[in-house]
Write a protein that binds this ligand. Structure first.
Ligand SMILES: Nc1ncnc2c1ncn2[C@@H]1O[C@H](COP(=O)(O)OP(=O)(O)OP(=O)(O)O)[C@@H](O)[C@H]1O
Length: 234
C-alpha cells in the first residue's frame, strides 16, 4: 500500500477548474518529486492534499483511508505537514519562538531538537535572532524544521529552492536526503537539477493533469522526454 494515493482528483477554485485529473501514488520513504511548468497545478495539488482546497470529485488516500474533505487541522493531526512556497514563518519572532509555536504542546522533545540542530546548524547559531534577519536559505531551513519538530509521516514542500544560490541549494539537498530517511517528502520543484538528485519516484503535471509517472533515474536519463514534458533541455 502506498503512503499517499491521489485518485482522479479534480479541484476547482471558484469558477476555475484547476486540476482535471491528478492520479499518482507516493510510496513510503524518501523523496517523491512532482514536476511541472509554471501554473501547471503543483501548488493546487499540495493544497488539495492538505485540505486547504477540497477536491471534488476525487480521493486522497493516506495510509489507505480517504482524507479528502477533512479539515486541514484534522489532516495535520494525521501526520502530514505543509511547507508552503512563502515558507509560513513569523519574521518578527525568533528562531526559537517560531519552532515553539510549531510544537504540539509548547515544548521541545530534546531528541528532536538535537536532530534539527544536526540537520540545520545555522538554526542553533541564530536561535535568538528574529526570523526576518535570516538569509533566504536559513528561512527555508526554519520552515522545514517547523514541519519536523513533531513526528510526521509525510511532508509536502513547495519549491524550496526558489530564489536561492546554488551553494545553499547543495546544502539543502543533503538535508532533504537525510530527512527523507525517516519522513516521506513530497517535493514540488521546477529546479530539475535539484529534484533529480533527490527523487526516487516522480510525476509530471501539466494543465492540471498528470502526464507522466515513473522513476527519477529513468526520467533523468531521457532528455527527449524532459524536453517534451518540461521544455528543460533547450
Ligand atoms: N486562488 C486562485 N484563484 C484563481 N486561480 C488560481 C488560484 N490559485 C491558482 N490559480 C490558477 O490555477 C492554476 C494552477 O496554479 P498553481 O499555483 O497550482 O500552479 P503551480 O504549478 O504551482 O505554478 P507555480 O510554479 O507558478 O507556483 C494557474 O493557472 C493559477 O493561475
Amino acid at each position: 500500500m502506498s503512503l499517499l494515493s491521489l485518485q482522479h482528483m479534480k479541484t476547482s477554485i471558484g469558477q476555475y477548474h484547476v486540476l482535471h485529473d491528478v492520479t499518482f501514488d507516493v510510496p513510503e520513504g524518501g523523496v517523491f518529486v512532482l514536476l511541472g511548468r509554471n501554473g501547471a497545478g503543483k501548488t493546487t495539488t499540495l493544497r488539495s492534499i492538505m485540505g486547504l482546497w477540497t477536491p471534488s470529485p476525487g480521493s486522497v488516500l493516506f495510509e489507505g483511508a480517504d482524507i479528502s474533505g477533512l479539515h486541514a487541522s484534522a489532516i495535520a493531526r494525521k501526520g502530514i505537514a505543509y511547507v508552503p512556497e512563502n515558507m509560513g514563518i513569523f519574521g518578527g519572532l525568533t528562531v526559537e519562538e517560531n519552532l515553539v509555536l510549531a510544537t504540539a504542546k509548547g515544548k521541545f522533545d530534546p531528541a528532536r531538537l538535537k536532530r534539527i540542530y544536526d540537520l540545520f546548524p545555522a538554526l542553533e547559531k541564530f536561535w535568538t535572532k528574529q526570523a526576518w534577519s535570516l538569509s533566504g536559505g536559513q528561512k527555508q531551513m526554519l520552515s522545514v524544521a517547523r514541519a519536523i519538530i513533531e513526528p510526521r509521516r509525510l511532508i509536502l514542500i513547495d519549491e524550496p529552492t526558489k530564489g536561492l544560490a546554488p551553494a545553499i541549494i547543495d546544502g539543502m539537498a543533503e538535508a532533504f536526503l537525510e530527512v527523507g530517511q525517516t519522513t516521506t517528502i513530497l517535493l514540488v520543484e521546477q529546479n530539475f537539477n535539484f529534484a533529480k538528485r533527490l527523487g526516487q519516484g516522480m510525476a509530471v503535471i501539466d494543465d492540471g493533469r498528470i502526464v507522466h509517472t515513473g522513476s527519477m533515474a529513468a526520467f533523468a536519463a531521457d532528455t527527449k522526454l524532459q524536453d517534451q514534458l518540461l521544455s528543460l533541455s533547450a
